[in-house]
Design a protein around this ligand. Structure first.
Ligand SMILES: Nc1ncnc2c1ncn2[C@@H]1O[C@H](COP(=O)(O)OP(=O)(O)OP(=O)(O)O)[C@@H](O)[C@H]1O
Length: 266
């Protein structure tokens, strides 16, 4: 049997780079970067502030055009002549640090909004929203307003919304960065469960070393000025991982290795 890592990559970056034009001088945010991500992988982008994690994630998500190189998603070019290609974008869902729910829509309406924009019928939208609320465990809150939910529940709703049109890939930029430590821990366990249940490919940006080690199949460590991939670490702890794994000597050894490497590249 072919393992996920041997199969054709679902995301392929070839010499992808980014310069930002600014009033003083251009900023070289990301040097030519090559990276393949296999279908079903959970990859974490880790690195110090300003190393280009968000820039890289936004380029993969089709929110930012690369200055150079090629991004392929599910075998399709994401950008062609500076134009974003809809066929590739359809396979991508995004979750940000802030849930970005519309306050004037109920939770169910927020989750189903991408489907409404795609012309999906009301009945089908309801069914899909219900299914997703079950998946992220917020069933019963469909008629509530976003302000009535806790931060963790709002992020669950944001994950459900990103999954509404069933993309193969979920891109998450510090999704739990604004949550308290305990909620963050439980959300990471939940994310792992959702990932195992759905089989999505997930890329998560984080500053947190322990979050990276807990979640990842692979950790891509970036270094700054300009941003580039410094090193890649495979994380082989068995799944599903419980929070107890964090007290194991192997977990702590990897955290220590990463902390040491980060202090060198910062
Ligand atoms: N719109 C922009 N215009 C100019 N420079 C930018 C812009 N966005 C980001 N940069 C610069 O590009 C570099 C990479 O930024 P990016 O936000 O991708 O890093 P990051 O690793 O996600 O940082 P953080 O962890 O602090 O969010 C930084 O030097 C940043 O100042």
């Amino acid at each position: 049997m072919t393992s996920a890592k041997e199969a054709a990559p679902i995301i392929q970056l070839t010499d992808v780079s980014k310069w930002y034009g600014t009033r003083d001088k251009p900023v070289h945010a990301l040097a030519a970067t090559n990276l393949n991500i296999a279908a079903g992988e959970l990859v974490v982008l880790l690195g110090p502030s300003g190393c280009g994690k968000t820039t890289l994630l936004r380029m993969i998500g089709g929110l930012l055009d690369p200055t150079g190189g090629r991004i392929e998603v599910s075998g399709k070019d994401l950008w062609r002549n500076g134009e974003r290609q809809g066929a590739a974008v359809a396979d991508l869902g995004m979750v940000f640090q802030d849930a970005h729910l519309f306050p004037w829509f109920t939770i169910e309406e927020n989750i189903a909004l991408p489907l409404k924009l795609r012309g999906v019928s009301r009945t089908e939208r309801r069914e899909r929203a219900q299914e997703l609320m079950d998946l992220v465990k917020i069933t019963g809150f469909e008629k509530r307003w976003p302000k009535e939910l806790s931060g963790g529940m709002r992020q669950r709703a944001a994950i459900a919304r990103a999954l509404s049109y069933d993309p193969s890939i979920l891109l998450m930029d510090e999704p739990f960065g604004a949550l308290d430590a305990m909620t963050r821990d439980s959300m990471n366990v939940e994310l792992q469960r959702i990932w195992q249940k759905t089989g999505k490919t997930i890329i998560v940006v984080t500053h947190s070393i322990s979050e990276a080690v807990f979640l990842a199949d692979r950790i891509v460590l970036l270094s700054p000025r300009p941003g580039r991939i410094d090193s890649i670490y495979n994380v082989d702890f068995p799944r599903p991982r419980g929070l107890d794994v964090q007290s194991s000597p192997e977990f702590q050894a990897l955290v220590k290795t990463l902390r040491h490497r980060l202090s060198e590249v910062e």
